[in-house]
Each structure stands twice: as C-alpha cells, then as structure tokens.
Design a protein around this ligand. Structure first.
Ligand code: ADP
Length: 461
C-alpha cells in the first residue's frame, strides 16, 4: 500500500494511534455510562426506600395518602431533573406525585423470588429504563408497587458532550501525534537521505565522497562505516587499476618504440646485410620483451580472476630446483655469481611448471641484484608438512621501507637499475600469485648492502 518507508511508518503509526485513542475513548465512555446508570439507580433506590417508609403500607388503603414531594425535589433544581413517584395499590388504584409523567406503565411482572438464604424482603428493588427515564420498582408483598423514577436526559446530554469532547481531543491528539511522527520519521530517515546523496555523488571519476558521521541515528552508524569502508576499498582498487594500466602501457611503449625506430632506421636507406641483421635482432629482442610482459600481465589477470589453472601432479622438487639452477648458471657466471645448493630430497604434488617459474624468478633476481663475486644459496627442505624453499643471496639487499612494496606490480626499488637488468617489475608479483594459487606464502628478509633471503612455503595439496 505504502511505497516509501516514511509512508509505511506513518501509516502504521496512524493506525496504531487511532486504535489506541478510539479504544481508550470508547472504554472511558462505556465506563462512565455504567457509573452514571449505577449512580442514578442508587439514588432512586435510596429515594424509594425513604418514600416507602413515609407512606403507610398500602394494605390499609383506602386512606388518603400523600407522596412526600419534598424528597423528590432533592434530585435537582430543574423540573426535568426532579424525580417522580407512583404507587399502585393492590386494588388497582394509583397515586402519582405531581411531576410524574402520565404514561408510566404499571409494573406487571411478579418480583423474582429472593435468592436462597437472603431474607424475604418485601421491598427488593428492580430497575427499569425507558428511553432516558430510569425507574426503580418496589413491589409490595401483598400486591401493589411503588415506582420512583427520573429522567436522565441531563446525564445523557453530559455523556454526549463528553463523547464529543473525547472525540475532539482524540482527533487533536491524533493530529498532534501524526505531526510529531512525521517529524520524527523525517529526522530518523535524514541519515538515509544523506547516504543516498553520497552514493549518488560517487562515480568512477569521483570515489573520494564519504558518508562520515550520520548524526544521532546510531543504528545507521555501522552501515555508514561499512559503506565508507567499501568506498575506501573501491577507491584503492580503482587507483591500483589506474596505476597498473598506466604502468603496463608505459612498459609496452618502450619495446614498441625500439621496434618502430629500428625499422624506420633500417628502411631509411639501403643497408648492408649485417646492418639489417642487427636491426632485426634488436626488434626480436624488443618483441621478446613485450611477449614476456604480456605473458606476465595475462598470468596476473588470471590470478586476479581466480582462474589460474594448476596442473597438479607428483614431481621431484629436488630435481626441478637443480634444473632451474643449471639453467641460471651461465647468466650467474656472466655476472661472476656462484650458486650453491643445499637440497633435501623432496617429492611434492603441484604444478611443476608454475613452481619452476617461481624458482627461476627468484634465482634471476638473486643473480641480477648481486655483485661480481656474490653467492647464492638455494635451500630445500620439508618443515613439518610444509615444503620450504629458500633463495638467499649476498647481493645489494633491499631497504627496510621498500620490502613491503617489492611484491607490488611494476614496483622497482631502483627503476633505472632494474631496467638495465631487463626486469619489468612483475617477477615477484607473478611469483606471489603462483605461490598463492598453491595455497602457499612467500616472504622476504633483507638487509641493504648485505643480501636478501626469499622463502617460499607451500602446504601439502
Ligand atoms: P624486476 O623484474 O624488476 O626484477 P621483480 O618483481 O622481480 O621485478 O622485483 C621487484 C623489485 O624488487 C626489483 O626491481 C628489485 O629492486 C627488488 N628485488 C627483487 N629481488 C631482489 C633481490 N634478490 N635483491 C635485491 N633486490 C631485489
């Protein structure tokens, strides 16, 4: 029925308020009605008892009798409020006070027998109501009745007046309650409005908007916190993505520029075969560099999407590490670096090629960020049920403030030097993704100028 929260809240609020006010007013009215009737009946019963004592028993009739009118007057100043009395004698004669209306019917019902144990009082009163007239009937044992009655028109008018007053007050109360409810609901929903406005202001180009404090509505505070946290993460992710795209384009531009300039140069005039060969070799090297970059980006994209396919099978880790070290030996020798192995025999179930890629990456870094005469120690062992591979070098090391960043994409501690070494800043990020895909961890301890140790820990599959 109501589309908005405000409409629903106000609707329910109105229904409940109306129900409470109406119930209260009708209960009050009903209770007052009963009390008024009881009061009138008690008055009439009292008056009837007094009158019956002052009138001689009608059995002795006929004797001229007088109804004590003074007693009847005490009910009210107005004639309409004054009581009236009538006596029916057993012989059928009727005596009426001056204000008695002419059409009072003679009570005909026999008095109900008194309940057992109650004294057989000949004057057990009975009450009857005719329109606004209330009457008490006192039957005499020997026959005949005394009827004392009065109009309750004034009380009825008062009750009607009270009903209207209650209705007016109730309506006022409901209107006041509604206005208050509207204000309260508006205040309670204000934070939601500001949250909506912030959410609307957020776009891919503007992720810096935050909801912040949402005022008194402490129930919405956690939601605002969660949304702000989400925006923080989104902004960081967008930033990272932007930086990543910029870095990737920058990295791709360099080899592309090399290829473009080499081909332009070669085509500018007639060249010797040796010159063409040299230009083509440079282009091939640049293309190779681009391919390794694109392969790396593809691996990272798959890792981000959780789509790295692992081709797990049992393999001899010791042999794999030995082969990787053998592959690296010529590069290491070129740089005057030696590689030592301390390998325990380890069999493991995993993706051999991905594991070898990690070992090659770590060994390449250990060779490239080293000095002539440097030494690399590769260790392999089982620590409990974890496979532990360490690649330690005594090369240039990494400053403590940089250690936290070296696993980030395209991060290079010394860009100039890293580019000299042919690195593109993706090796460690890719290694970390591959290790994570195996459920493992990779960490680095390093001291500037003294060397670094990278440790890979892989759990059993
Ligand atoms: P790159 O392709 O530039 O080597 P990596 O992701 O493999 O990229 O490494 C990131 C950066 O971490 C490197 O640029 C280098 O500064 C630093 N680094 C990595 N391994 C070592 C190491 N063994 N010794 C010193 N610095 C290292």
């Amino acid at each position: 029925m109501f589309r908005s929260i405000r409409g629903t809240l106000l609707g329910w609020y109105t229904v409940i308020l109306l129900a409470v006010v109406a119930t209260f007013a009708s209960l009050l009215y009903h209770r007052l009605q009963i009390l008024t009737a009881k009061r009138i009946e008690a008055e009439l019963a009292g008056a009837a008892a007094l009158i019956s004592r002052r009138i001689p028993h009608p059995r002795g009739h006929p004797r001229p009798l007088l109804i004590p009118e003074d007693l009847l007057k005490r009910f009210g100043e107005e004639e309409s409020e004054a009581a009236y009395a009538l006596v029916w004698f057993p012989d059928g004669t009727r005596l009426a006070s001056s204000l008695a209306p002419p059409d009072v019917p003679k009570p005909h019902a026999e008095p109900a027998p008194p309940p057992p144990g109650v004294e057989d009082d000949p004057l057990q009163p009975r009450f009857r109501q005719r329109g606004t007239l209330y009457e008490v009937v006192l039957p005499y044992r020997g026959g005949g009745f005394l009827v004392v009655g009065r109009s309750a028109a004034v009380e009825a008018a008062q009750l009607r007046h009270l009903a209207w007053l209650t209705f007016g007050l109730g309506a006022g109360l409901v209107a006041l309650g509604l206005a208050g409810g509207r204000w309260l609901v508006g205040r309670a929903l204000e934070p939601l409005r500001s949250m909506t406005a912030t959410a609307q202001a957020v776009s891919a180009s503007n992720l810096s908007e935050r909801i912040g404090k949402v005022g008194r509505a402490s129930e919405l505070e956690p939601l605002a916190g969660v949304l702000d946290g989400m925006l923080d993460r989104l902004e960081a992710a967008f930033e990272q993505q932007k930086r990543f795209t910029a870095d990737a384009s920058h990295e791709l531009r360099t080899p592309l520029a090399v290829i473009a300039s080499q081909t332009e140069l070669a085509l500018a005039r007639e060249r010797s075969a040796a010159e063409y060969r040299e230009a083509l070799a440079t282009c091939a090297h640049a293309a190779q560099r681009m391919r390794s970059l694109v392969d790396g980006l593809l691996t990272l994209a798959r890792a981000d999407a959780g789509k790295i396919q692992l081709d797990r099978s049992p393999f001899d880790v010791t042999a794999c590490v030995e082969q990787c070290a053998a592959l690296m030996r010529s590069l290491a020798a070129d740089r005057g670096v030696t590689i030592g192995l301390a390998l325990a025999p380890v069999e493991w179930n995993g993706d051999l090629h991905r594991f070898a890629q990690v070992v090659i990456n770590l060994l390449t870094n250990a060779v490239l960020y080293n000095r002539p005469g440097g030494r690399i120690e590769v260790g392999l062992r089982l620590a409990g049920d974890l496979l532990e591979l360490t690649v330690a070098d005594d090369g240039i090391g990494i400053a403590p403030e940089e250690i936290g960043s070296i696993f980030k994409r395209f991060h290079r501690v010394d860009p100039a030097r890293a580019r000299d070494s042919g690195g593109n800043g993706l090796g460690l990020a890719i290694s970390q993704s591959l290790v994570a895909a195996h459920g493992g961890t990779i960490d680095c301890r390093s001291e500037l100028g003294r060397g670094s140790t990278f440790t890979v820990r892989l759990p059993p599959p």
